[in-house]
Design a protein around this ligand. Structure first.
Ligand code: PMP
Length: 757
């Protein structure tokens, strides 16, 4: 190599040192105390043209901003870029000046340094905007954010499902929000790789940049997106650091609002490009540490990026540039508008209701820039806006959406897949659009099959909002504003080992509760058509049915001619961690199972799963048809939910994170007497708030304070139970330990302030 250099450059006394490079081989060359970088590349005429174009740009830049960029050095043939033979192979060679200083990646970061970074980039971009190079303009490659989608093919290379889903999410957001905006943004030649290993610092100021290999004609804002993406890695407050750069950049080269408004997603896109390429190269060459150098911090930032409301980022970036920040309507105003058209009977959560704008996995974003950690909503089972679910729905909607009066594969496939989650005896499915419709249909089927009319329900149970739904929901009909108990409905106490009559939890209490029910049933002359209950009574305050209860009661119900229905609207699909369906915890198999909420991750879906004979008896009646139930879009979405549950091992996560959550709450209860009886399974937990541990008097007021204070600290949890004194937490199954820590820490702080004992 030394000889090659000597041959082409009239350097006499040289020292060379190989440098680590991404694709090409570079050498640090010292000649008479002066440093240069010698670069070699495998020969290709395309690359030769590209390097020649780069040389033109570097020469232009160096003319007015000398010493800040690598300056091309002519060889003895008076050429900057030359074709040369080395070791029998054709190469391209060239020499550039070396910029002295430290790398941005290696120095301590501060506001002043970041401001100088912004100023430097803007000054460079101003010069670059004067360059017009057709070879650079025609470049199309994956590291140019406008061609972000070229990286989509690497999504499959991620080994970690949580990383994969986040990357996929940002691809989808890009398609939705960035792609339509890009054609309207100004373009220019940009450096396109101002990453912290290419940026040189001297005396706490950015003084140079090298590696112009990614030079491209792209949207100007992409320059900033890239610079920001790398420089904010490992920062506690990445938005603040990004803002230092933006503010200084804007002073030199004014930015436009439409550029700043998508910057959040452009930064994410660059991080995803980096993560995608790490995933791909890691698969090809697991031992190359250089390639995966930034992988961990990049993925960490991508996950953290989700916890930043895009509105917050947009506002912060606009303010950094001294631009106008839009203020959304006040809560009072939107509520007023809502009540002009929507009845106040549709209640709002919290003393301070939330004006929502977007959501991502366990996070929800409001219109004002706040991010809420959603520890409450169980409908987005696999996470809000999960990209796989969104994609499934979107694709199917664009292809075919019809009803069950036609034949289409999605229905058969999904029905088969769903039934595979049940024991063989539960082998027919009826699709509807909600849990309410499902429990309504289940009761109708039970009545048809048995020929009886009476229904047995549990106290505080809730099964739906149709007339039958309300009739069989004590939570509604016994409410002080409710319609009262219908004569065909019988109710039993919840077999509750905490507040109930029998308190042992070895199976004997459950049995006794069941015996009491059987004795009561004997007193009536007409058998019940069905007994319906949840395995954990949600509206009752997450009360787990006592062990042994269903095991004893189910046969008794069947003996008197009825059937047993398990309402799995809340407890199903792996939420309980140890069990995919709640009834499994009781070692029973129901005759009918009612499904809803999580089934479509927010897309309205419900189903009744029934035994053959029950389905057959129903078939003798009038046709069953639901306009939307079982449509191909719903089937595709339901299928995606099942896929995600498996790919991301979410049932296992519900178990692990749920146990960790329960332990954290138990620790809290040791310090605060008001926390009593933490119950539930997996990520379906209830926390009983009481006035004292002797009387166990429910503390409705304190529970309300905790709920609202958590909301004020951007954590969503709700209360329920007959006294509204049970905190309910049932987050998406992707909830993680860090999320749990955030809930526990805030819960602790609130009790420290608001609980005096
Ligand atoms: N059953 C249970 C146990 C529920 O929690 C609910 C909803 N809260 C329903 C049925 C009714 O479902 P939907 O609101 O989808 O009609």
């Amino acid at each position: 190599m030394k000889n090659l250099i000597k041959k082409y450059y009239s350097f006499d006394t040289i020292k060379i040192e190989k440098l680590v490079g991404y694709e090409n081989v570079n050498y640090l060359v010292t000649n008479e105390g002066q440093k240069f970088v010698f670069k070699t590349y495998p020969w290709s005429s395309e690359l030769f043209d590209t390097l020649t174009a780069e040389t033109d740009v570097l020469n232009t830049l160096s003319k007015s901003m000398s010493g800040k960029f690598p300056e091309p050095v002519k060889n003895i043939n008076n050429k900057y870029v030359e074709k040369a033979e080395f070791d029998g192979k054709m190469k391209i060679i060239r020499m550039l000046s070396y910029i002295e200083g430290e790398l941005l990646a290696k120095v301590e970061h501060n506001k002043k340094l970041f401001a100088s970074f912004g100023t430097f980039l803007a000054s460079m971009d101003k010069k670059l905007s004067g360059c017009n190079n057709y070879i650079t303009r025609s470049k199309c490659f994956k590291w140019d954010i406008q061609h972000f989608n070229l990286n989509k093919k690497y999504i499959k290379d991620f080994t970690d499902a949580q990383d994969r889903k986040v990357v996929k999410y940002f691809f989808q957001q890009f398609d939705e929000l960035v792609s339509p905006a890009l054609p309207y943004l100004r373009k220019s030649i940009i450096h396109n790789d101002a990453n912290d290993f290419n940026v040189v610092v001297k005396d706490n100021e950015v003084c140079g940049i090298f590696d112009f290999g990614d030079l491209v004609y792209s949207q100007l804002i992409n320059e900033l997106a890239i610079a920001i993406a790398y420089s904010i890695l490992n920062k506690k407050n990445p938005i603040a650091y990004a803002s230092y750069i933006i503010k200084a950049y804007h002073k030199v080269l004014p930015l436009e609002t439409k550029e700043l408004d998508i910057l959040y997603y452009l930064v994410a896109a660059r991080l995803c490009t980096s993560a995608c390429n790490s995933a791909y190269h890691k698969k090809q060459d697991p031992d190359n540490n250089y390639i995966s150098l930034s992988e961990k911090p990049v993925l960490k930032l991508l996950h953290k990026w989700l916890s930043i409301n895009p509105v917050f980022a947009k506002n912060a970036f606009r303010s950094a540039a001294g631009m106008y920040v839009e203020t959304p309507k006040s809560i009072r105003q939107v509520i007023k508008e809502r009540h002009k058209v929507i009845s106040p009977l549709l209640a709002l959560s919290y003393t301070k209701p939330i004006y929502m704008s977007r959501s991502a996995f366990q996070y929800m974003y409001d219109e004002y820039g706040n991010t809420f950690l959603d520890a409450y909503n169980n409908i987005p089972h696999v996470g809000h806006s999960h990209p796989k679910v969104v994609e499934a729905g979107r694709k199917q909607m664009a292809r075919l959406n019809t009803n069950t009066r036609y034949i289409y594969d999605e229905l058969n496939r999904y029905a088969g897949r769903l039934l595979s989650k049940f024991p063989a005896s539960l082998n027919k499915v009826y699709f509807v659009n909600s849990g309410s419709e499902a429990s309504d249909l289940a009761i109708r089927m039970a009545k048809t099959y048995t020929g009886y009319n009476n229904v047995l329900v549990t106290k505080y149970g809730y099964h739906g909002s149709t007339q039958t739904g309300i009739d069989i929901s004590d939570y509604k009909f016994s409410h002080k504003k409710g319609q009262g108990q219908k004569d065909y409905v019988f109710k039993t106490d919840i077999p509750d080992t905490y507040r109930g009559k029998y308190k042992t939890n070895d199976g004997s209490a459950g049995k006794t509760y069941a015996q009491d029910v059987v004795a009561d049933l004997k007193k009536t002359d007409k058998p019940v058509a069905a007994f319906i209950s949840e395995p954990i009574v949600g509206c009752g305050g997450q009360i787990e049915l006592a062990k042994g209860y269903l095991k004893k009661l189910y046969p008794a119900i069947r003996n008197q001619g009825g059937i047993c229905i398990s309402d799995e609207v809340q407890t199903g699909f792996g939420r309980l961690g140890d069990y995919f369906w709640g009834y499994e915890a009781h070692d029973v198999v129901p005759d009918i199972v009612v499904l809803g909420k999580p089934m479509g991750n927010g897309h309205p879906m419900g189903a009744v799963i029934a035994r053959d004979e029950i389905a057959e008896s129903f078939e003798t009646g009038v046709e069953f048809f639901s306009s939307f139930g079982g449509n191909p879009v719903s089937c595709a979405i339901g299928m995606a939910v099942l896929d995600v549950l498996e790919e991301e091992k979410l049932q296992e996560n519900a178990k692990q994170t749920g146990n960790y959550y329960k332990k954290g709450l138990e620790e809290l209860s040791k310090e605060f007497e008001c926390i009593e009886n933490i119950r539930g399974m997996g990520l379906f937990l209830g926390i009983e708030i009481v006035k004292d541990t002797v009387s166990l008097e429910p503390d409705t007021k304190l529970a309300g304070i905790i709920k609202n204070e958590l909301r004020n600290r951007n954590i969503l949890i709700n209360t329920d139970g007959p006294y509204d004194s049970v905190l309910k937490t049932k987050p998406s199954l992707c909830f993680n330990r860090e999320n749990v820590d955030q809930v526990i820490q805030n819960f602790y702080d609130i009790l420290k302030t608001h609980y005096h004992k």
